[in-house]
Design a protein around this ligand. Structure first.
Ligand code: ADP
Ligand code: GLC
Length: 489
């Protein structure tokens, strides 16, 4: 048996596909455990039992038990239920408590979310003890699970789970779980010395959950090598750059992959015309035509279709898109947007659609099936992010033979090699500074190649489809990190 066969890994995070997904974190919480299982690990995923989990999944869960757990400074105790299910070898333990998780969405605003995730982090550790399953590594994700490393080294140190080591992965440093010191002290019930600058303290009044987790985790990772460097600078550090520089020796960048079974154009049941590299060029055109018909766009597979699938937030560079929107359009171009978020962008994109019927579609919704169809049908996908820890949409696009147009930041920089017309190499079109004209220029370069040198464009489509965007290599890097931390006794 290999060393890896003995590794027991607990994932703790706030969302996972197919139960609940609001963004890339949900994809990673699904795909990385599966990749680790293929490498011989035993993996359990702990996440909240949200009311919004579809009933078909709830119906398959087993009740594993319940207990009362004290949480707050005044010793207030809460019910913890554990619902369990298995999906392709991964065990999912859902932490149940109606008071915290009976809301419609996973995230409802910091005022509720802070107590919710204080409870969740502590309950996850208590559940591992209750289940008598002591992992070697507890792999925590984002601020919602950032208290786990702190509880592990303090309250839980003398308990069985206390022998585990912890890793905290930063998927997005913008969200940190910041509130008044008093609020966090009350809800965590943690001792005063932790509310000093090296751990939770952010400033005279505020405490920061992510900051404390980063201090206490045995290793910190983030989802690309470039973002690991960027977050140590003022521009990208979201106020924690100094803290991250201090802890830089335990900080590693490991790029995300995608689940290549779910994102497989050949077997994708959501596509009108599934395709492989052998028939991609012809079938992508068929998918485009079907999508044009469905969305009320002019039906012409010869049009250059630019896609955008994204949360509509400042992070995603949408003010650049907004600034040059009319210039992106011409008689050869269509733009298809799928996303929800900031009403400012939702409104702007709806307006462009109303002004450009037949050429622009702004689909303001979260829609899994349509996302698949856009990845398959578009010729290019825009990801002009202000910052992007990794980004998955450019990886999905490449796998579907859709050329990414990205800003050179974070994981976008690490995964999309710029097209070089001299050597005829590269995967997409890129620009560096955060300027709308540079986005426009990149789109124009893409369009020029598409319209004027289709042979080279098609070669890039096939090159991108053949690129390895799977989890395998990165899962090995995580394994090496787990091994570095050793086995629990
Ligand atoms: P982030 O996590 O910052 O939102 P990622 O690129 O890592 O960005 O992941 C986004 C994920 O969410 C991808 O799987 C993408 O397909 C999906 N997604 C984003 N918006 C939508 C939407 N409106 N409908 C369906 N899927 C979406
Ligand atoms: C975050 C980031 C995104 C990353 C995802 C999964 O939501 O914004 O860049 O791909 O997490 O790690």
């Amino acid at each position: 048996m290999s060393v890896n066969a003995q590794r027991k890994i607990a994932f703790v995070g706030s969302e996972s596909y197919p139960f609940v997904k609001t963004g890339g974190l949900g994809d990673v919480m699904y795909a990385l455990p599966r990749a680790l299982i293929r490498q011989g690990c035993e993996v359990r995923v702990l996440m909240p039992y949200y009311n919004c989990i579809p009933q078909k999944f709830k119906d398959k869960m087993n009740f594993r038990g319940s207990f009362m757990m004290d949480l707050c400074q005044d010793g207030r105790a809460f019910f913890v239920g554990i619902m369990e299910t298995e999906l392709d070898g991964v065990i999912y333990d859902f932490i149940e408590n109606r008071e915290f998780f009976d809301w419609g969405n996973p995230y409802t605003g910091l005022w509720e979310d802070i107590p919710k995730f204080c409870f969740f982090s502590k309950a996850a550790l208590a559940a591992l003890n209750f289940l008598e399953w002591v992992p070697d590594i507890i792999h925590c994700h984002d601020w919602q699970a950032a208290l786990v490393p702190v509880y592990l080294r303090t309250r839980f140190a003398p308990t069985p789970v206390g022998s585990a080591r912890s890793i905290l992965t930063i998927h997005n440093l913008r969200f940190q779980g910041i509130c008044s010191i008093g609020h966090l002290k009350y809800w965590t019930g943690l001792p005063d010395y932790l509310f000093d600058y090296p751990v939770f303290k952010q400033n005279d009044d505020e405490a920061n959950m992510f900051k404390g987790g980063l201090a206490y985790a045995d290793r910190v990772t983030t989802v690309s090598a470039t973002y690991a460097q960027e977050i140590q600078t003022t521009f990208y550090g979201e106020g924690l750059d100094g803290h991250l520089r201090y802890h830089k020796d335990k900080l590693h960048g490991i790029v995300n992959g995608i689940d290549v079974d779910i994102w497989n154009s050949e077997t994708d049941e959501l596509l009108p015309a599934p395709y492989s590299a052998a028939d991609a060029l012809e079938k992508k055109a068929q998918n485009k035509l079907a999508l044009q018909e469905k969305l009320g766009l002019d039906e012409d597979p010869g049009k250059f279709m630019l896609g955008l699938v994204s949360r509509l937030t400042d992070q995603k560079g949408l003010d650049l898109v907004n600034a040059v929107f009319e210039e992106l359009l011409d008689e050869n171009t269509q733009v298809v947007i799928l996303g929800t978020g900031d009403p400012r962008y939702e409104g702007a994109f709806r307006y462009y659609e109303s002004q450009n019927k037949g050429s622009v579609c702004a689909y303001i919704q979260y829609n899994e099936a349509l996302a698949h169809q856009i990845y398959a049908s578009s010729d290019a996908l825009m990801v002009p992010s202000l910052f992007e820890p990794c980004g998955l949409t450019q990886l999905i696009a490449m796998r579907y033979g859709t050329i990414p147009i990205v800003r050179e930041t974070g994981g976008l920089k690490d995964t999309v090699a710029p097209y070089n017309e001299v050597t005829d190499e590269g995967n997409g079109f890129t620009f560096d500074r955060y300027e709308a004209d540079l986005l426009l220029d990149a789109v124009r370069r893409a369009k020029a190649l598409y319209l004027e040198n289709r042979e080279r464009w098609n070669e890039m489509v096939l090159r991108d489809m053949a690129k390895d965007v799977s989890w395998e290599k990165s899962a090995e890097e995580y394994l090496a990190l787990y091994d570095e931390l050793g086995t629990a006794n």
